[in-house]
Write a protein that binds this ligand. Structure first.
Ligand code: CMC
Length: 438
């Protein structure tokens, strides 16, 4: 089968050759960014699908939350540049913005913060779930299990068609994720769980639950709390990435938000996505010394090899990831504050970045550092074990997931997500009895 496409102003008309079938495909414009062809009638009118593995050329939804211009390295949340939010805002204020579309006034901000912080405790029975895991379980495995189990505990906010239920579920998820994450860590090291403290800020409370023990007083460092808050802001949302698309796809079936966020956590875990920050540190440890960088990069560039330069490259950014720039600056600040200016890992990462950015392989493919390249170094300096890095990403991304889920549920054009395929398997054939098979 072949087709002819003719352009007419903004639209394109596709005619299937040898038939009398044709369809005019209109273009839809966004407020900024590329326009999209509206192919919704394609199958019904022409009987063909589009083919786009990895969705590199497909807009799966309309959204007003986050905008990325990957060619120049711009990231906007509800129109506000990430640089301004990271410098001037706080994680809970950004959460309000993502969920509600506008920055809050003073009263709205205070009410939202109180609303979230009122939900930080977990149902006491959820504590017992932890005992069912091995002590050496990866904390992301614990997160998938405990967050999925939330739908077995919070029955009073499961009606996805009730706006109040949606709001309370959002509060619960944003508020309880730090508790679930910190307890996963405490369980792995055999220390008592620390209950949340609502007199602390969101980031302070998280650091407190991670680091305090009942036997001693613990003072949260304001510098580390600020760095933590900024790391949360930088990971809060990133439009239709793999885990967010997973949340939307799960949610499109009418599944409850706790189940959908558990699905998002599972998707985030992979090394091509949120697991990259953990992989970056493993990679730096493997390289060991700057003298070994050329040999490591030669392995990365080898077509027959399986190594990638972790923390480099992005499906959308074909320029420096703006989050990576902020993360790099933050990294210097935090290491200075902690007296680790000469951190050999940071030196190695910077050298690796410098060499890669001058290497034809990376230049020609437009591979730049992404958010994960420097985040692991800060987190390590702040005392987090490597296995917790992706967990912190999940804590922060929860607000993005739930904002995108809420937007989808409130979109009247929302339907169940159901991609199609090009089938290349066997054509119809008759069953062969076992004794007749060759
Ligand atoms: N190291 C070496 N080569 C790379 C890398 C890399 N990190 N990333 C892409 N390439 C090469 C790839 O081999 C391909 O080369 P060729 O055209 O010769 O076959 C070309 O660049 C295009 O790559 P792709 O796999 O088609 O790109 P993609 O858009 O499908 O993948 C990515 C995007 C992020 C999965 C990939 O760049 C990658 O694996 N990066 C390392 C993992 C990482 O840092 N992930 C974090 C992403 S940002 C945070 C997040 O989303 O969670």
């Amino acid at each position: 089968m072949s087709a002819t496409a003719t352009k007419d102003g903004g639209s394109v008309t596709i005619t299937l050759n040898g038939t009398n079938k044709s369809l005019t495909i209109p273009l839809i414009d966004g407020t900024i960014g590329p326009s999209v062809f509206d192919i919704r009638k394609l199958y019904n009118e022409l009987g063909v699908f589009t083919y786009d593995p990895g969705y590199g050329g497909t807009a799966a939804c309309e959204s007003k939350i986050t905008y990325i211009d990957g060619d120049v390295g711009v990231l906007l949340h509800r129109g506000y540049p990430i640089e301004q939010l990271a410098e001037k805002s706080s994680f809970l204020e950004v959460s309000y913005l993502l969920l509600n579309g506008e920055l809050p006034d003073k009263a709205q901000k205070a009410e939202f913060e109180r609303g979230v912080m009122m939900h930080t405790m977990l149902h006491e029975q959820l504590r017992r779930f932890y005992d069912g895991f091995r002590r050496d379980a990866h904390p992301m495995a614990v997160m998938c299990g405990v967050v999925g189990a939330m739908s077995a505990f919070y029955h009073d906010s499961l009606d996805i068609n009730d706006p109040d239920h949606r709001r309370i579920s959002a509060f619960r998820l944003i508020a309880k994720m730090p508790t679930i994450a910190a307890w996963a860590y405490k369980y792995s090291i055999g220390q008592p769980f620390m209950y949340p403290r609502n007199d602390l800020s969101y980031a302070e409370n998280f650091l407190y639950m991670m680091n305090a023990v009942p036997a001693e007083d613990y003072k949260v460092s304001p510098v580390l709390a600020r760095a933590m808050d900024r790391i949360f802001i930088l990971h809060a949302d990133h439009e239709q990435n793999a885990s967010t698309s997973t949340v939307r796809l799960s949610g499109s079936t009418g599944a409850n938000p706790f189940a959908c966020i558990a699905a998002g956590i599972a998707s985030l875990w992979g090394p091509a996505h949120g697991g990259a920050n953990e992989a970056v540190l493993k990679m730096l440890a493997e390289i060991g010394h700057k003298d070994n960088i050329p040999a490591f990069l030669a392995g990365v560039k080898d077509k027959n090899g399986h190594n990638r330069l972790m923390g480099f490259g992005h499906r959308v950014y074909k320029n420096y990831d703006p989050r990576a720039k902020i993360m790099q600056a933050s990294c210097h600040e935090v290491l200075k504050e902690l007296g680790h200016q000469d951190d050999p890992l940071l030196e190695l990462a910077m050298e690796l970045e410098k060499i890669a950015l001058h290497d034809e392989y990376f230049v020609s493919r437009k591979l730049y550092p992404n958010v994960d390249f420097y985040s692991g170094i800060i987190l390590k300096a702040m005392g987090f074990p490597t296995s917790m890095f992706t967990v912190l990403f999940a804590v922060a991304r929860t607000v993005g997931w739930i904002s995108q889920w809420k937007e989808m549920i409130e979109d009247p054009s929302q339907r169940i997500g159901r991609p199609r395929q090009v089938y290349t398997g066997a054509t119809q054939r008759d069953y062969i009895a076992l004794d007749k098979r060759a």
